[in-house]
Design a protein around this ligand. Structure first.
Ligand SMILES: [Zn+2]
Ligand SMILES: [Zn+2]
Length: 262
């Protein structure tokens, strides 16, 4: 368990810490491809320790790393004790690869629905509002959330209690959170690693979610926001669509609150 926790700690330090050093401490590319040029909050009572970066690092290292690692250990324990069905590539090559391809879809589906629920009261006030203190995000903001939300974020791993699988599936699924949290919140569309090589890391769609709150609950790869009318593409038309949706929901809520007015 300690080895798993240390491995996850090293990955988070490398990805979130490395990106923060590159983009914010040394500001290697300035504001080039940055979504929101405002600095991270240094003195703000909203954050624990009165500082966005310290708050974000604390909840990543003390919440996300141990809780994500515990989920992984739980599944390994389940394989070892016959509570989850263990397969090998040699036994089931087609299912082994097929499941690997399905994992991002499953993880995105799980994320959309739990995240949407997180925006419903009282869950928003109790838990998810912690993550939304970050209106402008940095790499460490990806895992800055209430520990209960860490527990739910990694709970998509519970599916391996039901599906025949291999630890590599569990680790790959967990890494979608561990690595994609810092990269998707890094605040930059493209991160320049060398003079000639850059990677598209930041999630514009999720950046808009942090800006407007009531749109883009899912990941870009999954169709749920488009299907349920909560997709904001960052254009003026997207803005108008989200405002119209907000108005509709507000009117519906008012009608429900005063049925005699109908
Ligand atoms: Zn976020
Ligand atoms: Zn949210």
């Amino acid at each position: 368990m300690l080895e798993i926790a240390l491995r996850n700690l090293a990955i988070v330090l490398l990805v979130a810490g490395g990106l923060h050093l590159l983009l914010f401490t040394f500001a290697r590319q300035g504001d080039e491809t940055r979504f929101d040029a405002r600095p991270l909050a240094r003195k703000s009572k909203v954050f624990h320790f009165g500082n966005q970066l310290r708050d974000n690092i604390f909840w990543t290292l003390c919440g996300s790393v141990p809780i994500g690692s515990l989920w992984e250990c739980l599944l390994l324990w389940a394989y070892a004790n016959g509570h989850a069905t263990l397969i090998s590539f040699a036994q089931e090559p087609i299912w082994f690869i097929g499941l690997m391809l399905l994992i991002p879809i499953w993880s995105g589906f799980h994320f959309y629905w739990y995240h949407r629920l997180g925006h419903v009261e009282p869950f928003y006030r109790w838990f998810h509002s912690w993550h939304h203190k970050n209106i402008n995000t940095g790499p460490w903001s990806g895992h800055a959330m209430h520990p209960v939300e860490h527990l739910v974020l990694y709970s998509d791993l519970a599916i391996y209690f039901l599906l025949a699988s291999h630890p590599i599936h569990v680790i790959f699924n967990a890494m979608l959170h561990t690595v994609a949290g810092p990269t998707s919140h890094c605040g930059y569309h493209r991160v320049r690693l060398t003079r000639f090589f850059s990677l598209q890391l930041g999630g514009f769609m999720h950046q808009l979610h942090h800006r407007y709150f009531d749109c883009n609950y899912g990941s870009y790869e999954t169709p749920w926001d488009k299907l349920f009318g909560s997709f904001h593409d960052g254009t003026a038309a997207g803005d108008a669509a989200i405002k119209a949706r907000r108005r509709r929901l507000f009117e519906k809520k008012n009608q429900a609150a005063s049925p005699l007015d109908q």
